[in-house]
Ligand binder design. Sequence first.
Ligand SMILES: C[S@@+](CC[C@H](N)C(=O)[O-])C[C@H]1O[C@@H](n2cnc3c(N)ncnc32)[C@H](O)[C@@H]1O
Length: 218
Amino acid sequence: MANNEVKPTYRPEVFHVKNLEHAKSIILTPEDSTTDERWEKETPYLADEAFPYLGLGPDKVVLDYGCGVGRMAKVLIERSGCTVIGVDISQQMRELAPAYVEDDRFTICARPAFEAMISNGLRVDAAIAIWVLQHCPNVKSEIDIIKSALKPSAPLFVCNNLQAVIPTNLGWVDTGFEVKTLLADNFDEISRSRLSPKFVAPLVSATSFVGKYKNKSD
Ligand SMILES: C[S@@+](CC[C@H](N)C(=O)[O-])C[C@H]1O[C@@H](n2cnc3c(N)ncnc32)[C@H](O)[C@@H]1O
């Protein structure tokens, strides 16, 4: 008997954005709020959560994995004077980010360039991955890159959906992996909690988490 079931195919083209407004609408979908409201409320809230943990200052280099237009990178640089290396799969995000962050301490590259830097010895002092790992169908490979980029025992701050949300030809699909389990298997988990409903819509709070991790010591 013919099997007519259509299988979802990974379509990262959803991240091929036209301009900054389009990028923002993909980065923070409304989820019972609006993109603008989320941008205004959630950005300083996440920075407050991440900042004391990451131990940032002008001498620190931070990886922002899946940085988008640099929403979080911009705040971290403004607050601490750190240097941020953004990595993003989307060429359009990579083109928009420098103008959004507007700071010489920000630089951005694609994954192959970043992997070459790691192979040549680059190690960063801290990393963040905000609303990205849930979108990666082979997320273990992204986790491996973050791990190999971090110095031993260096901090990682993650904000993520509890469920996978993979962009496909059939829309956003939960392919069943749990980022929180993979993170706990690969890093030392320091804490994990829901996002505060004071700063995000109840729907976002109920379906996501923020986690603080440390890279394994050598
Ligand atoms: C929801 S947005 C979040 C952007 C940013 N972290 C923020 O919170 O403002 C997800 C971002 O991850 C990027 N992305 C998706 N899959 C990726 C991958 N496998 N490697 C690197 N970046 C990825 C997308 O292009 C997009 O910019």
